[in-house]
Ligand binder design. Sequence first.
Ligand SMILES: [Fe+2]
Ligand SMILES: [Fe+2]
Length: 480
Amino acid sequence: MPSAVSTHATTGLLLREVVGALSYALDLTEGQPPGHSMRCCYIGMRIGHQLGLDQDLASDLYYTLLLKDAGCSSNAARLCELYGSDDRTLKHDVKTVDLQSLRSVGKFVLSHTGVHAGFWSRLKLLWHLARNGERIATEVVQARCERGASIARQLGFGPRVAAGIQSLDEHWNGRGRPAGQSGTQIPLLSRIALLAQVVDVFHRVGGHAAAVAEVRKRSGSWFDPDVVAAFEAAAAQLYFWPQLAAPDLHDTVLDLEPTAASTPLDDARLDAIAAGFGAVIDAKSPYTSGHSSRVATYSGAICDVLGLDAERRRWIHRGALLHDLGKLGISNTVLDKPGKLTEAEWAQMRQHPVLTHQILSRLSPFQRLAMVAAAHHERLDGTGYPWGLRHDEIPIETRIITIADIWDAISADRPYRRGMPLAKALEVMESLRGASVDPKCLDALRLALPEVDGPRANVDSVQALFPAAATPADAPAARS
Ligand SMILES: [Fe+2]
Ligand SMILES: [Fe+2]
């Protein structure tokens, strides 16, 4: 939203800039320090250069590296349920475990399962993992790989990028997951991305000597020896490690993109990217499956009633798709908690708009979009969070997204309850009129609901009135 009333025909942005900025959201889901995807991109592109990849393949490698974790949100809830622990900590810590060693795996499972659970609950979780560990590991990796490949296609990338993400966890010796591919059956882009990921993790933990040692140790088991040799050649360059640790790494990585320097991002592609990342957010929790896409649909309907111009509507739609981006950084132990949240858990929840703002504002043309999207929990009377904004401090674009967000929260079906019937949902919305939500936007929502008080008054499902807002078919299954 560079300007709320801008009439620019093109976005004026580059694909690499937008994907690069949004890659920080994927780092949150993986429990990795900010910039993990960018650092992997740097490492992998240096390897690709050593291997002499042609420009097209190098470009596909670039986006495979930035988006390798696009599917990660899809197994967060399952991991959390299986281990009874924070999904982000699990994902972070497992990356330094020697998965070939039964002792290391056992130690990891014991120290990460049911950490805050009672004795019997912990025992039950451990028993379940001991009996079904292999099957569960494959299932969890498969969900991540397939979802990641599907998101890449949704973002407009070709089959090589999708395949590169799909096979990220396959190992050279055939003992990886989910398909057990081996050797050159594994796409080259996946082989490079896996190695780049391990290098970044071990470099962060123990410096470059630890990273090189780990790569050598896994050569021929996890890694293709030719890719290992290319990495060693790249890492021997004097500039390699200093550039990887430099504060301007983000800019260095943007400059490494081989082909898109002169390719501006058009509006349709930016819409697809916003929708794709909306799907990443919606995959994080079965409790809010399809939420971002429905909020975008409702926001669009309100814009239509208010008669906003096409470009403004388009940016609001994008903001609605991305408003909960920061939820990728919140543990599923909080997002999916069945009971009331503790004060500490609420403090975590209140951070998600802050994270949304941090990620979107990494891109300077997104400054306004960042605030519009991130302020969706602010209320006109100043009782909202995280900033306690009031009236004039809350732009109309945010007020629209806020109405759509609340409307979906009360009207959508959840795994544990049916959505509120229309009449009751409208009653709740009316109770918020003026003090919390904008009356004009609420009127627009009412007008957008087709014939609520007329012949369809017996319709009790909000989604039946908004078929476009129905949960996408590939959304994760509801938790039973
Ligand atoms: Fe939110
Ligand atoms: Fe939301």
